[in-house]
Structures are given as C-alpha cells and as structure tokens.
Design a binder for this molecule. Structure first.
Ligand SMILES: O=C(O)CCC(=O)C1=CC=C[C@@H](O)[C@@H]1C(=O)O
Ligand SMILES: [Mg+2]
Length: 341
C-alpha cells in the first residue's frame, strides 16, 4: 500500500506541570502524522517520545519524518528501526486507524479532515482508569475531586521529596482515601536500595492491617534501570508488588527483562514501546501482567494506545490514562494544526 504522508510538529503546555524524580515536565512536544491511502482513506498517528525513558528524542523523530518522501509504503513503515520506537508506534497505528481495523477513529475519506476520537467504543466496561496524583502533599487535596469523577485507582509520585516527609504524607493519604481504593506509588527510579526496602516494608505492614481496606496495588520502578537484579530480588522478598516501567520502556527492554526472569507487573507505554504488531505478538505469546500507561499524548495517540490496552490488558488493572485535567480541550487545537490543508 502507498500513502500520501504529511506531518506537523506540536508543542503543548500542561495545565499543571508534572514533577517526578526525573525533574519537572511542563511542555509536551510531539508530531502528528496523516497518512492518506490510495482509496482516500485517512489515518492519523502520533509520535510522542519520552527520551529520558529511552525512546528517541522529538528532534530525532522530526529528522526521520523530514527525510521521508511525500509518498511512503508499508515496507518503509514496517522497517522503521528499533532506535525509533515512538516513530514505529506513530506510523503503524496511523496505518491501522486508516484501514478502519479498529472500527473507531477516522478511517474516513479524503474530506475527513480530522479525526474525532470515539473513546466510548473503547472504554465501556473493558477498561477503567487510574488518576495521577501530584508528588508531595498536593495529593491530599487532589484525590477527592477525582474520586467524585469516578476514579477509584490513584497513582502517587514518590522519590521526589525526603522519604520521611513522603512516608508521613502516605500515612495521611491511606487514612483518608475511601475503602476499596487502589493506590499505586511511582518512584521513577528515585529510591535508594534502603529506601525501597523501607517503602516495601511499610506497604507490607499496611497490607497486614485489616482495619484499612485500601489496596496498595504496586510500587512502580523503585530503583534505577541498571539495578534490575536488585528489583528482581526485592520482588521475591515482599508481598507488595513491584511494577517495572522505565526498565521495560521499549520492546527490546521488555523482552530482556522477561528473559532475565521478570514475571511481575510490566507498565506498557504504547506511545514509546515500539511496533504495535510486535507488542501484540509478545503479549499474546507470554501473557504478561500489564498496566497500560499514557505518555501524555494527544487524543490521536491516546486512541491508538487505548486500542492496544483494550486488546492486551490483563488482570483488570486500571489504565494510567486518567489525565484529562492535564490539558485543556484539544479538538480545536489539534484541528488548527491542519488549517493549511
Ligand atoms: O501511568 C500513569 O498512571 C500516568 C502516566 C505517568 O504516570 C507517566 C507518564 C509519562 C512519564 C512519567 O512521568 C509517568 C510514569 O512514570 O509513569
Ligand atoms: Mg512510571
């Protein structure tokens, strides 16, 4: 198949910047792709890298797009190198969307200048969402509104402030969160081995207390990527689950951690993991325990990611896409990128 290829870079400021152990993130940059096939069907895709997680940079994605001809083929798309996982995701999902494989999204004709993602088809009962709580004590004032919006799973960033302060806030959080809430703790590689043991011991002690019917679902990426063996060892010492995120950011890393014995939770960020078709193959073959997670992409990338989450989520784990409060309404903004068409 041959496609007419067009792309537009974008920059979007978060409504509220995100602070993690990696630092402060205030602006999401990425690239929107538009593929028009020979029958005029339009497919949209998005390249939304997170280079500090191990994907390519936005600049590398732009360089790749710029060196492509105005007409590209399936062969070009399915031979995008593994060093460009966000490009693999963006181009492949644009093909899938344009071919109408998902039964949602654009798949429209040439005149269909813009996709109006129909998320409802993807999220009736099959998926539910986790909401992200800011690092530090701000979380204590955020969860209530989100709970009232229907979120019952929350992810709180740790490894940002002093552990003594975060443990104190944690105690307040678990005392106030409603029963049967699920709480995830995401350290973004930011704990020392000693701190990881302290957090896991604290969570295990909490789990042993039947008075508090709240579930600590997992601690995400407690240690740096280089300390895989230590995390594998920790996963065998505590009841509280550990989820790998930065360690399994790309398909190559995912396969390597599995091959080295990881059978815990895998956080999958479709936007940066790489080829959707190869991800499907891996997940179907190995039946891994997955949590799907956003890369703070636009509605275009999110639709493609939710499609994969709907297909590949296991164990009823909420997906980390509850971030609408991060961005203003985006339909008109996204459309404005293509006003020159
Ligand atoms: O997974 C979620 O619940 C929301 C997305 C999220 O937490 C992240 C998205 C992108 C980069 C990171 O800062 C962060 C993460 O570490 O998972
Ligand atoms: Mg994470």
């Amino acid at each position: 198949m041959t496609y007419k290829f067009q792309f537009r870079p974008y920059r979007r400021r978060f409504v509220r910047s995100l602070t993690t152990n990696h630092g402060k993130w205030g602006i999401r940059e990425g690239i929107i792709l538009r593929l028009t096939d020979e029958s005029g069907k339009v497919g949209w895709g998005e390249i939304a890298p997170i280079s500090w997680f191990g994907s390519e940079t936005v600049e590398q994605g732009l360089d790749f797009c710029r060196q492509l001809p105005g007409e590209i083929t399936d062969e070009i798309i399915f031979s995008i190198p593994d060093e460009l996982p966000a490009c693999q995701f963006g181009f492949e999902s644009a093909c899938e969307m344009g071919s109408g494989e998902w039964g949602v999204g654009s798949g429209g004709d040439e005149g269909d200048n813009f996709i109006t993602p129909n998320f409802s088809l993807l999220t009736p009962n099959s998926l539910f969402y986790s909401a992200l709580l800011s690092a530090g004590e701000a979380a204590l004032n955020q969860w209530q509104t989100l709970w009232e919006q229907g979120y019952h799973t929350f992810k709180w960033k740790i490894g940002v402030y002093a552990i003594t302060d975060e443990l104190e806030i944690f105690e307040s959080l678990i005392q106030t969160l409603p029963a049967f809430t699920k709480l995830r703790l995401d350290a973004n590689c930011g704990l020392s081995h000693e701190e990881a043991n302290l957090w896991l011991r604290t969570c295990d002690n909490f789990k042993a207390n039947p008075e508090l019917p709240l579930e600590i679902e997992f601690i995400e990426q407690p240690l740096p990527v280089e300390q895989f063996q230590e995390m594998l060892e920790l996963s065998r010492c505590y009841k509280t689950a550990i989820a790998l995120d930065e360690s399994v950011a790309t398909l190559g890393q995912l396969a390597a951690c599995y091959q080295q014995g990881w059978r815990g939770i895998f956080v999958i960020k479709p936007g940066i993991v790489g080829s959707p078709s190869r991800l499907r193959k891996f997940c179907h073959q190995h039946k891994i325990d997955t949590v799907f997670s956003s890369v703070f992409e636009t509605a275009i990338g999110r639709l493609a990611a939710l499609q994969l989450a709907a297909e590949l989520s296991r164990n009823n784990r909420a997906i980390g896409f509850g971030i609408d409060h991060f961005f203003e309404q985006e339909d008109t903004w996204l459309q404005s990128l293509w006003n020159d068409l």
